[in-house]
Design a protein around this ligand. Structure first.
Ligand code: ATP
Ligand code: MG
Length: 179
């Protein structure tokens, strides 16, 4: 019951976010926060509700300036997708590092269904879902990555995916430590 309420709440929040994005009203806060602490917090929360084992290889990023809640939302979206789209594997790998340009790099790797080459760019589009898994159906609206990409773009960063169909995916984002 609690889980259903949580799912419904997150669905409603996603739909509200889409309306905000369309009206140019997705406003980001800017404050200093500890990136490493946030990664730890999000992973711990996700780990509590999955049988997948989430491994973390975290290079310390330290303090960054940005919207902590919104970055948390993106991390959560990427990790929950990694879990959802890897039904036959139980390993998720999170990596963080500081790039040469001074960006915080966050990556989530799974060993799941992967994404066909010609669909990789489309997954960030609103309501886009890759269809056609013969064995599984996955619930969802196709909004998580669209919202995530808007948040990352508005944070001055970029989001991208490496994936091989049938082998797995790695979703990454990079945001400037300060901007
Ligand atoms: P929701 O709105 O609940 O997030 P969703 O998961 O379908 O629904 P997105 O998170 O935006 O929507 O993802 C869009 C599509 O990209 C998914 O439907 C799926 O086809 C594909 N996708 C996303 N993450 C992965 C992943 N880790 N592995 C394989 N396919 C993925
Ligand atoms: Mg999703």
């Amino acid at each position: 019951m609690d889980e259903q309420i949580n799912k419904l709440t997150s669905l409603v929040n996603d739909l509200l976010d889409v309306t905000k994005i369309q009206n140019g009203k997705i406003l980001l806060n800017r404050s200093e926060f500890d990136f490493d602490e946030l990664v730890h917090e999000v992973v711990e929360e996700q780990q509590m509700s999955t049988r997948h084992r989430i491994y973390v290889d975290a290079e310390s990023i330290g303090t960054i300036t940005g919207d902590r809640n919104r970055i948390s939302q993106v991390m959560t979206n990427l990790i929950s997708n990694a879990i959802k789209y890897s039904p036959d594997s139980d390993k998720i790998q999170i990596t963080t590092k500081l790039t040469e340009e001074g960006c915080a790099h966050f990556a989530v790797k799974d060993y799941g269904i992967g994404i066909p080459e010609d669909k990789k760019d489309k997954v960030f589009e609103q309501y886009y879902r890759v269809s056609g898994s013969k064995e599984y159906t996955f619930p969802g609206l196709g909004l998580g990555l669209y919202i995530s990409s808007e948040i990352i773009k508005r944070s001055g960063g970029r989001i991208f995916v490496n994936s091989v169909e049938g082998k797995g995916s790695e979703f990454c984002f990079e945001v400037p430590k300060t901007n």
